[in-house]
Design a protein around this ligand. Structure first.
Ligand code: BG6
Length: 291
């Protein structure tokens, strides 16, 4: 039976624990509507949470699936990298009944406030849902324009995938795609490689990618398939040794244990008209490598 339990998580922060009928589990914080963990039925982490993650709002939790909204990186008018959604407290929508058979899912809402309007002067309602469906993790974000003028934003589901060894992890599906290299002044390049491998820092914004990408995690004999919807771009990031060491809420060696594939809409900002809404999402699925 799939279940959802409202509870107190790390740092005494409120959230929900989800469990699928197949025994997968997840923790979702109201702080940032942040999916901080997703484990398979054997208790293995599929998404990565930093060993030094800080659970003190408004600081964003390092790892999991931070929501970058209404801006990805510095691609927009906000001074704040990745926008403010990951720093805000979200409300629960229709709190699930504990032990409900229809459980395994939670929806959280962020409504514009004086604080968000000081950063981004628009009225909106954003709903984020996380659902465990068997061995899959489904997430979606819907943004409704409750303002009188159209607004635009960039956005990303900034997923940190746990890998057994970064030296034996790759991202497939991007061959032939063009990307902006954030480590080279955002110069446009074309990826000619079979798969993205990691032997140094990588920080790339791939544009108009296929909707299905695969994270190969050979050290764990598995792949994670990412199926994204309405998010044309994909950011691939690993901080490698130096940036990892400089990032206070990452452990020194943590760069070996994760890579980010961020389903995103960055190159063309999303425009939402007054009264209209826009939805995006991703489905993550683990595929074990046959022995
Ligand atoms: C990635 C960016 O999306 O997020 C990187 O491409 C950035 O440039 C990384 O370093 C982490 O950002 P933050 O704000 O969570 O430290």
């Amino acid at each position: 039976m799939a279940t959802t339990r409202l509870c107190t998580l790390e740092g005494d922060l409120p959230g929900a624990r989800l469990r699928s009928a197949t025994g997968c589990t997840s923790e979702v914080y109201r702080h940032g509507a942040h999916v901080a963990s997703w484990r398979d039925a054997d208790g293995e982490d599929i998404i990565f949470l930093s060993s030094e993650a800080v659970f003190k709002p408004p600081k964003a939790i390092r790892g999991g699936i931070p929501l970058c909204f209404p801006q990805f990186s510095d691609l927009g008018p906000l001074a704040q990298q990745h926008g403010f959604a990951r720093n805000e407290q979200w409300q629960l929508v229709d709190p699930p009944a504990n032990g409900d058979e229809d459980g395994g899912n939670v929806t959280m809402r962020l409504v514009s406030s004086d604080a968000t309007k000081a950063l981004w002067p628009h009225d909106f309602v954003a709903d984020f849902s996380a659902r465990l469906e068997g061995d899959e993790m489904h997430t979606s974000l819907t943004v409704r324009n409750t303002d009188r003028e159209p607004f635009e934003f960039t956005v990303a589901l900034h997923t940190y995938f746990a890998v057994g060894d970064i030296a034996h992890a790759t991202v497939e599906g991007l061959r032939g795609a063009s990307y902006l290299d954030s480590l080279d002044g955002r110069r446009e390049k074309v990826d000619e490689c079979e798969a993205v491998a990691f032997a140094k820092e990588v920080d790339r914004i791939y544009r108009n990618t296929p909707d299905v990408l695969t994270v190969r995690d050979d050290a764990n004999d598995r792949s994670i398939v990412v199926q994204k919807t309405n998010l044309p771009d994909a950011v691939v990031w690993n901080p490698w040794v130096d940036k990892c060491a400089k990032t206070g809420d990452l452990g020194d060696g943590d760069y070996k244990s994760f890579l980010c594939v961020e389903a995103a809409a960055t190159s063309t900002p999303v425009v939402v008209r007054p009264g209209a809404e826009w939805t995006c999402g991703q489905v993550l699925r683990v595929v074990k490598t046959p022995k």
